[in-house]
Design a protein around this ligand. Structure first.
Ligand SMILES: C[S@@+](CC[C@H](N)C(=O)[O-])C[C@H]1O[C@@H](n2cnc3c(N)ncnc32)[C@H](O)[C@@H]1O
Length: 217
């Protein structure tokens, strides 16, 4: 039985694709992934279909993995909020392999010139507002993956409402793409800022009082 390969292809621009990922893509017979990622490679591909239970792509992989070497492209690194989490519930550990990639979070910290060994990484995708303020209070440095519902400005407004306006707020948008934007300011200014609709964003929230320079105390 062929192993399914989950391949991290970085934040989006092909300059950030690791040689090991390119090689693995070349070895696969069929690639699954979003259009944003499959267009990076000149290979036959199919869209990653996340509907259904199990998702359509899982059904497809289970039905075809003995006939073809299937590669699943995920953005950034597979270990961070990717389809690998779902896939690992349906395949045994020996049935798939993983090629790491450069995460959007890594690139965000690099662009901001901040260390991240003590940072909390958090996705707001589908997250209720619940205890988010407590999470922010407990951590001097956070990297927050936002989405259309929880945009960077919505996060800033939330922090403002909860009295957490003394944090530094760094919005890293469309990282590695030609329109990349790094916005650095405070929570109050971020709440009033327009951050383009539909952009991919990682927001760094930093309590500078608890960080020395870029180091977390
Ligand atoms: C499903 S998560 C995947 C994270 C990915 N596995 C990683 O390691 O970067 C998708 C989220 O990652 C962030 N993201 C992905 N690519 C990005 C980019 N080029 N620029 C900024 N944020 C990005 C956005 O917050 C987006 O909503």
């Amino acid at each position: 039985m062929n192993k399914v390969c989950v391949i991290g292809v970085g934040p989006g621009d092909d300059a950030f694709i690791a040689p090991a990922a390119r090689q693995k893509v070349a070895e696969c017979d069929l690639i699954l992934g979003s259009e944003r990622l499959t267009r990076l490679f000149d290979k036959p591909s199919q869209p990653l279909q996340l509907r259904g239970n199990p998702p359509h792509s899982i059904q497809f992989i289970l039905a075809n993995r003995d006939r073809a070497r299937i590669g699943v492209l995920v953005s950034g690194d597979p270990g961070l909020y990717s389809f690998m989490g779902t896939l690992s519930r349906f395949l045994g550990r020996d049935d798939y392999e993983v090629v790491p990639g450069i995460s959007a979070v890594q690139l965000a910290f690099a662009r901001a010139k901040e260390t991240w060994e003590n940072a909390l990484i958090l996705s707001l995708h589908g997250r209720a507002r619940g205890d988010l303020d407590d999470v922010v209070k407990r951590h001097a440095k956070l990297a927050v993956l936002t989405d259309d519902r929880w945009s960077p400005a919505a996060l800033a407004r939330y922090l403002l409402e909860r009295g957490l306006e003394d944090r530094e707020f760094i919005v890293c948008q469309d990282l590695s793409y030609p329109g990349e934007r790094i916005w650095r300011g405070d929570v109050r200014s971020a709440a009033a800022e327009v951050f383009g609709e539909g952009a991919l964003s990682v927001v760094l929230v930093i309590d500078r009082k608890r960080c020395k320079g870029s180091f977390t105390a």
